[in-house]
Design a protein around this ligand. Structure first.
Ligand SMILES: [Mg+2]
Length: 272
């Protein structure tokens, strides 16, 4: 029996910045040839699945928006299900707000009226936002971060502060940890992913370039974990002590390591 499903990371796995990782299209074709329709899952919270589908198409890769999840779309789904009709204050990008609106999340611009606070990557993040976050958390407001990523690679290859940095700033000033941090490797994300896959997680691969998000999510779900070396993790990082994110498994060793996603055939064909 072979693998029946695959979760594939985007940044560092399929593309880096504005260019495809060499062989990425072959990787997708290899999976599809074997009847595996990959589900792309990214921790970027600022863009919707349809925006990602357009981006992938411009790089020559056809993907249905239904086969793409972003930390933004996962957060929108989660909030609509778990906190319906609850006034939600958002510190985040215009793209995230749009996804929340489309999912029917009720947003408020008044931090004192908020019953839910969402924190996420925001280029415009400033002192007033930090104040609003502090005020929103003065009472029993639910505190939800879109994803844990402290940094992400900018187009020039240098790191920029990500959602985790902003969630951390709000948590620090409010002296309170978030109740949920979504994206990979959160258990809440695993639940959303499980609904999208048409097979048990144990029969799935997860392919990505990060130990603390991609490999950690796969371990949590009992998937076969495949690390690619085309992104943030180098061979030297393997075996080194990688500090796991809060709540994730301490054992972050991938089942398989390949140079690039294009070589995924060697993993799929090995499986008996
Ligand atoms: Mg990645």
């Amino acid at each position: 029996m072979g693998y029946r499903g695959a979760i594939v990371d985007l940044d560092g796995t399929v593309y880096r910045g504005g260019t495809l990782v060499p062989g990425a299209l072959d990787g997708v074709a290899t999976l599809r040839d074997r009847g595996i329709d990959p589900l792309f899952v990214t921790n970027n919270p600022t863009r919707s699945p349809s925006a990602y589908a357009d981006r992938l198409e411009s790089l020559g890769l056809d993907a249905d928006p239904d086969r793409i999840l972003s930390a933004g779309s996962i957060t929108a789904t989660y909030l609509a299900e778990q906190y319906p009709e609850r006034p939600t204050y958002v510190i985040g990008s215009p793209g995230l707000r749009e996804m929340l609106d489309e999912a029917g999340v009720v947003r408020t611009d008044d931090p004192d009226a908020a019953e839910v606070l969402v924190t996420s990557h925001d280029h415009e993040f400033d002192y007033d936002d930090l104040t609003a976050g502090l005020w929103a958390l003065e009472d029993a407001t639910a505190f939800v971060g879109t994803d844990p990523d402290l940094t992400y690679p900018g187009g020039d290859g240098r790191d920029r502060p990500g959602s985790g940095a902003i969630t951390g700033a709000v948590a620090t000033v409010a002296r309170r940890e978030p109740d949920h941090v979504l994206g990979k490797p959160a258990p809440e994300t695993l639940a959303v992913v499980r609904e999208r896959l048409d097979c048990p997680l144990e029969e799935c691969l997860i392919v990505g370039d990060r130990l603390d998000t991609d490999v950690a999510l796969g371990e949590r779900g009992g998937m076969t974990t495949v690390l690619v070396l085309s992104g943030t993790t180098t061979r030297a990082d393997l075996g080194a002590d990688v500090a796991p994110l809060p709540g994730s498994s301490a054992d972050l060793e991938p089942d398989r390591v390949i140079d690039r996603f294009g070589a995924i055939g060697s993993v799929v064909d090995d499986h008996t």
